[in-house]
Design a protein around this ligand. Structure first.
Ligand code: S3P
Length: 455
């Protein structure tokens, strides 16, 4: 495809087929762990090997940022990467703007790293990333000593200057965010003394796990309030290491939900990462009556993994506990698609964070589902979906399509729903799916899904 073609939106259609979805597939590596593998490799002197790296746009941007700041990052083969790191505090000033593309995780984690280096870096991203709030990392990183010049509302593009004398801080997270936690810990890596992050609600702990894996001292304690207190001892001797990235549960969610909503289907996804801070969707689906089974449990790269099989199920609406939000934060769009096929009300509240993801996911899912004939109510912090016990009508009338606004998970959620919806569903642009799930279309087609470019 020429770069000109690549600039044009690529409308895509999903339609119900005549046969069920059947088969066993492997989805790409975990996005969160892939970003971190490259970042941690860059911080260790010597060679880190990564296998199973997600080669999606988001992670490739982090690879480019690490290269721009002095690390050697090289692709050896499919998912096989080698990073030759510069050591804690050893990054150098990038010569050009760091374009982080669509990746909030890449942008915020790399800003954390830069905060404790004595140089200036300029960050930008695509239209989606330039809409997202960076104040949540600018505030704690300023306390460490970094300085920022950004657009109004703390938005990209922004320039930041790190400090030669970073202060170890103690910081209580005002929002449940693994990205903010990780940005502070990465800044604290090059600060003398102990950096402390207090998290009132537990979020994914891949940063803490990898810090330990590379030889840093991280102590984690549960306070009387139930909050987690994470203490990192700065300026550790960081050892290069090897990392095997498990398959991304957030990507596995798409073929699995397809298996649940397309009649008579049975879909297995191999060796899916099952870190307990990531599995909220599977618990929720089981509460809705989903037939999910977990086989061949083992460990990969220090994370539990299992083969997950989803069989077509009659789903019913439930109330999703708000405290489950951090463990399924990226999975609400596909949950809403499942809820649109369920019988009764699915009630999601306490999920305000969805408004500041790659898109405003509450608004976009609400608008798109309503266009497909789903009855729902939108609240500031959630949606209530009134399911009718069968898939909705869909949207494939001439020229009409679902707006995805550069959000990969909105795009994939509607394509999955389109496999069950009576008329199928057309989305306005499929290109962005490559940020987290390259190969989504052929993988789904291999299961028997009808997915094709729309005129
Ligand atoms: C991520 C944390 C989450 C999640 C994102 C990946 C991470 O974001 O939505 O896709 O790798 O730390 P928040 O920290 O903003 O909740």
């Amino acid at each position: 495809m020429s770069s000109k073609d690549n600039q044009k939106p690529r409308p895509f259609r999903a339609a119900p087929g005549t046969a069920p979805l059947k088969g066993t597939v492997s989805v790409p590596g975990d996005k969160s762990i892939s970003h971190r593998a490259l970042i941690f490799g860059a911080m260790a002197v010597g060679e880190t090997r990564v296998s199973g790296l997600l080669e999606g746009e988001d992670v490739l941007r982090t690879a480019a940022a690490m290269r721009a700041m002095g690390a050697e990052v090289e692709r050896l083969g499919e998912g096989e990467w080698r990073v030759w790191g510069v050591g804690v505090g050893g990054l150098s000033e990038p010569e050009d703007v760091l374009d982080m593309g669509n990746a909030g995780t890449g942008a915020r984690l790399v800003m954390g790293l830069v905060a404790s280096h004595d140089f200036t870096a300029v960050f930008t991203g695509d239209a989606s990333l330039r809409r997202r709030p960076m104040g949540r990392v600018m505030e704690p990183l300023s306390r460490i000593g970094a300085r920022f010049h950004g657009r109004s509302g703390g938005r990209l593009p922004l320039a930041m200057t790190g400090t030669a004398d970073p202060l170890p801080i103690e910081y209580e997270l005002p929002v449940a965010s693994a990205q903010v936690k990780s940005a502070i810990l990465l800044a604290g890596l090059n600060a003398p003394g102990i950096t402390t992050v207090i998290e009132p609600e537990p979020t994914r702990d891949h940063t803490e796990n990898l810090l330990r894996h590379f030889g840093a001292t991280v102590e984690i304690e549960t306070a009387k309030t139930g909050a987690k207190v994470i203490r990192l001892t700065g300026q550790p001797e960081f050892r290069p290491s090897s990392i095997t990235v498990p398959a991304d549960p957030s990507s596995a969610a798409f073929p699995l939900v397809a298996g649940l909503i397309v009649p008579d289907s049975a879909v297995t996804v191999r060796k899916v990462g099952l870190n307990p801070l990531r599995t909220g969707l599977f618990t929720t689906l089981q509460e809705m009556g989903a037939d999910l089974s977990f086989g061949d449990r083992s460990e990969q790269g220090g994370e539990p993994v299992a083969d997950i099989t989803a069989r077509y199920s009659a789903l019913r609406g439930i109330t999703v506990p708000p405290e489950r939000a951090p463990s399924m934060i990226d999975e609400y769009p596909i949950l809403f698609a499942a809820a649109a096929c369920a019988d009764g009300d699915t009630i999601v509240r306490g999920a305000r964070e969805l408004r500041v993801k790659e898109s405003d996911r509450l608004a976009l899912m609400a608008r798109g589902l309503q266009a497909c004939g789903v009855d729902l109510e939108e609240f500031e912090d959630g949606l209530v979906i009134h399911g009718r016990g069968r898939p909705p009508q869909g949207l494939s009338s001439a020229g009409a399509s679902i707006a995805t606004e550069l959000d990969h998970r909105i795009a994939m959620s509607f394509l999955v729903l389109g496999l069950a919806a009576k008329d199928g569903i057309v989305i306005d642009d499929a290109r962005v799916m490559d940020t987290s799930f390259p190969g989504f279309v052929p993988l789904m087609q291999a299961l028997g899904a009808r997915l094709e470019p729309a005129a």
